[in-house]
Design a protein around this ligand. Structure first.
Ligand code: NBP
Length: 489
């Protein structure tokens, strides 16, 4: 690649790399190789030099790399404005690396944090770097190690000016769908990491819903892993086509070499989590957005991990109010429709959270842009995202995704199936927290009256918290401990 700027006083003839990557574990190495494969000269740095040398020894042939050992050498190897991508463990390690880099960099240079940072940390770091004249870009990167190498979805936040210099590099290594890069400038400061966090929350919900569908096939229909794999393979050629459905079929087809049993049957059923789902729910609680599908997914992982409690509770009565479904074809189609409808709800809730975050922080986020860049590269990539993009193209102010005519019809067509699946699961004692809570959310949203009127009256009774009336403006209070007349508050 040609040099993008004229040399400056502090630049040496060695300053020839267009991008530097520090943190060369699996994600950093792969994204560094991705840049090199796209013709960029990439300066390499890692705290322990061994990882840098391992990368060069194994993949040095991928392109033009500059080996460096110290941060000073690393910074000196870069063209201006210098662009450094940090791919280290999120948290304190990121702060330590930022501090070291900032001391060696010059005003106008760009620090990109590609780790899974908490967005509030990114807001703090961006402000601190801005004060020092540096551009700080918090970039969410999704797609795991495979995506990092072959094209991830990238969600860069930070100053718009820095995207002018950085955008073309990021867009060239990002995944492409119909020629459109899965990367766009998201908005100021922490917005990139915020939307990546919600992306991960949606990923949790999506995985939980797929897990519940799988469980229903096992428990209600008595399917084995291979039979369920075949159903997911078939679903992957329709509306549910997605990376997660595709890999579910592959996982279910995997046979354990030791026992000859399906691998999934020998894996301990306790799901772990690294924290982004939990962050999404905490943020949603603060913003007051009901992300019930994501929350149920986070709690379901926690419950699965409560191994001592589960062991103690195993064998508790289940009750037996229903027979297993006999029409296998019908119930399979019911599960497909329930999965699709619940998935629409999970995405609708995630996009609501994005809208609320955008309003809270003044980010002016565009949901249609996010649907566009999530179509490829990332873990939640799906045919479905095209529909979401169309929905926001048709109406950028859509009050809820489920009100888009396409999704509304999909839900209304599948509503009886959805209810049959949830009712059958409940009667058979099969846990379906995400299917069930998504259906309750839908029912609550479409209800003209909710029991919240009673809640308001109770709050007014014990705490004089006041209420509004359906037939008059203003706030009111009933003198509950007096003569029970009503006064205007
Ligand atoms: P890790 O998250 O395992 O981090 C390992 C890297 O951090 C190594 O390069 C290590 O250097 C460096 N590091 C640590 Br630990 N402490 C450091 C410190 N105090 N100063 C400097 N460097 C330090 O690597 P990863 O799995 O490649 O992930 C990198 C980032 O990307 C993380 O923030 C992660 O959350 C995010 N992410 C990961 C995925 C994924 O699928 N794995 C997907 C999307 C985003 P050393 O070699 O000297 O120990």
């Amino acid at each position: 690649m040609p040099s993008t700027t004229e040399p400056t006083s502090r630049e040496t003839s060695a300053a020839r790399a267009q991008i530097g990557v520090t943190g060369l574990a699996v994600m950093g190495s792969n994204i560094a190789r991705n840049f090199a494969r796209h013709g960029y000269t990439v300066a390499l740095h890692n705290r322990s030099v061994a990882k840098t040398d391992a990368l060069l020894a194994e993949h040095g042939g991928d392109g033009d790399f500059v080996r460096t050992e110290t941060i000073e050498e690393f910074v000196a190897a870069l063209e201006r404005p210098r662009r450094v991508l940090i791919m280290v463990k999120a948290g304190e390690a990121t702060d330590a690396v930022i501090e070291e880099l900032a001391a060696a960099m010059e005003p106008g240079d760009i620090i990109i944090d590609g780790g899974n940072a908490l967005y509030t940390d990114t807001i703090r770091r961006e402000a601190a770097m801005r004060e020092r004249g540096l551009n700080f870009v918090g970039a969410g990167i999704s797609g795991g190690e495979e995506g990092a190498l072959n094209g991830p979805a990238i969600m860069p936040g930070g100053p718009a000016e820095s995207y002018e210099s950085l955008g073309p590099l990021l867009e060239s290594v990002a995944a492409k769908v119909d020629g459109t890069p899965c990367c766009t400038h998201i908005g100021p400061d922490g917005s990139g990491h915020f939307v990546k966090m919600v992306h991960n929350g949606i990923e949790y919900a999506d995985m939980q819903l797929i897990g519940e569908a799988y469980h229903l096939f096992r428990e209600a229909l008595g399917f084995d892993a291979k039979q369920i794999a075949d159903v997911f393979t078939q679903w992957n050629s329709g509306d549910l086509e997605s990376y997660l459905v595709e890999i579910t079929a592959e996982v279910l087809n995997q046979v354990d070499a030791t026992t000859g049993r399906p691998l999934v049957d020998v894996i301990v059923d306790a799901a772990e989590q690294k924290g982004t789902g939990r962050w999404t729910v905490k943020s949603a609680l603060d913003l007051g957005v009901p992300v019930t599908g994501i929350a149920e997914a986070v709690f379901a992982r926690a419950l699965s991990g409560s191994r001592a409690q589960r062991k103690a509770a195993a064998g508790l009565a289940a009750g037996a109010l229903a027979d297993k479904p006999t029409d296998v074809e019908q119930f399979t189609e019911d599960i497909r429709r329930a999965l699709y409808a619940s998935k629409v709800v999970a995405y609708a809730q995630g996009f609501d959270q994005i809208a609320a975050g955008s309003a809270e922080y003044g980010w002016n986020l565009k949901p249609g842009d996010l649907a566009t860049i999530w179509r490829g590269g990332c873990i939640i990539r799906a045919r479905f995202l095209n529909r979401i993009k169309d929905a926001y193209d048709n109406d950028p102010a859509l009050p809820s995704l489920i009100l888009d005519p396409y999704f509304r019809e999909a839900i209304e067509t599948g509503i009886d199936s959805w209810r049959r699946v949830v009712a059958t699961a409940i009667l058979l004692g099969i846990p379906v927290p995400a299917f069930g809570s998504s259906l309750s959310y839908y029912d609550a949203l479409r209800s003209e009256r909710l029991p919240a009127a009673l809640t308001q009256a109770q709050r007014d009774f014990f705490g004089a918290h006041t209420y509004e009336r359906v037939d008059a403006e203003g706030k009111f209070h009933t003198l509950w401990s007096g003569d029970r007349s009503e006064i205007q508050a």
